[in-house]
Design a protein around this ligand. Structure first.
Ligand SMILES: O=C(O)C(=O)CO
Length: 396
């Protein structure tokens, strides 16, 4: 439904691309060894300035030649660099080119005077591109920043709104793949999948399964902190594992919604932390959720419990987590997000064996990247055409 609505809004307009979330994600050594790689920071100045990293999941980074200004009658979109595979990027570029002149940051910086007037929108490929005041000042016709991804903690919403520019995000496209990732991390951590893989490929392994037993997800208690659309999708999946589901949220869900997934509301987060075997963080990063999980909260968790984070790294006090994992105050952690991304190679979290870290790949699927782009395009076009905006984000 969303898709067809999105498509009905789509017609050509100019746009600018943003830095990839994928591009800036850390690669855990275990993953890097399976062929994924992280490009070093580009020597090009604009990348330094806009703190862009280019790290591709399948190899290859988009080049300026992929994103030429196509035709004079389309509105301009600035793309703030982009990561990912060539295949994905070419598809994405093709999708965007139906509606926009695509202008890369490189092209923009090379010909600022001419380009700046054309740009009415910025397409931010997943989260994390920096949009600073200077960039906003140089785009006099900018109307909308279309974030491809749901989290907008990387954008200064107040400052952007002071420029009369709208911000949109893509909550629908991200929900299923991110919930899938949550389950992936929970299962992988419970069954010690990464260690198992390492043992299986190690030539001189003498380790038997009894030396490193996992725990079961089935019938365990899952505590979901943040019951928005992603949290709810996690609960739907967890129900199939007969999990007991607790949740903590600013607002209690409607009774029918709770009953549909068998979820019980915990008004106090402390109650959820004390009772859960798996604690899943699915909150937005805001000043209120910054370091939401610290020493005290980790201390409330069971020593057999696992902490899973698919929201933002800064929701956890990482120093406290290192200590909790080292001292076995909790059993394990599984993080798709860290602060920063990637973590410095000598970070103590990377030295622990009771942790799984993935490089912020919650939406790194062929389908999700496309659907996020479609949703972002629909939002941008709605703003440019003066139509109701499907997913606008407002400053608090
Ligand atoms: O949608 C988001 O905010 C994401 O982090 C996607 O990975």
């Amino acid at each position: 439904m969303l898709r067809s609505k999105a498509f009905s809004l789509l017609k050509p307009i100019p746009l600018m691309f943003g830095q990839s979330n994928l591009a800036s994600k850390c690669i855990h050594p275990a993953i890097a060894s399976h062929g994924h790689r992280c490009h070093r920071r580009s020597p090009v100045d604009y990348r330094q300035k806009y703190k862009t990293y280019s790290c591709s999941v399948g190899g290859g980074t988009i080049s300026a030649s992929h994103m030429k200004v196509m035709a004079e009658d389309l509105p301009g979109v600035l793309i703030l660099d982009i990561g990912g595979t060539h295949g994905v990027l070419e598809n994405l570029a093709a999708l965007l080119k139906k509606h926009f002149h695509l202008i890369t940051m490189k092209e923009f910086l090379e010909n600022k005077k001419e380009m700046s007037k054309k740009i009415q929108s910025v397409f931010v490929f997943e989260c994390r591109p920096t949009i600073d005041q200077e960039l906003l000042e140089s785009l006099p016709n900018l109307k909308v920043i279309g974030n491809s991804g749901v989290g907008v903690d990387h954008l200064d919403l107040k400052m952007i709104s002071n420029f009369g520019v709208k911000v949109t995000n893509t909550p629908h496209a991200v929900a299923d793949p991110t919930a899938d990732m949550a389950m992936t991390l929970m299962l992988a951590s419970a069954r010690r999948l990464v260690e198992g893989c390492q043992i299986a490929v190690s030539p001189d392994t003498k380790c038997f399964a009894v030396d490193w037993l996992g725990v079961e997800v089935t019938r365990a208690t899952l505590g979901i902190i943040g019951m928005g659309s992603i949290g709810y999708k996690v609960a739907q999946r967890a129900r199939a594992f007969n999990m007991k589901i607790l949740y903590h949220n600013r607002n209690q869900r409607r009774k029918e919604e709770e009953e549909a997934v068998g979820a019980h509301y915990c008004e106090k987060m402390e109650d959820l932390l004390q009772q859960s075997d798996f604690v899943m963080l699915v909150v937005n990063l805001t000043p209120e959720t910054h370091k939401l999980i610290g020493k005290k909260e980790l201390g409330l968790m069971k020593p057999t419990a696992t902490l899973i984070n698919i929201s933002r790294g800064a929701v956890i006090d990482q120093d406290a987590l290192v200590e909790a994992l080292q001292k076995k105050i909790i059993r394990a952690a599984a993080l798709d997000v860290t602060h920063p991304e990637p973590l410095p190679r000598d970070h103590p979290l990377l030295k622990l064996n009771n942790i799984i870290i993935t490089p912020h790949i919650g939406t790194a699927t062929v389908q999700a990247i496309r659907m996020m782009a479609e949703e972002a395009i629909a939002n941008i076009l709605a703003v440019l055409n003066g139509q109701p905006i499907p997913s606008e984000v407002f400053p608090k």
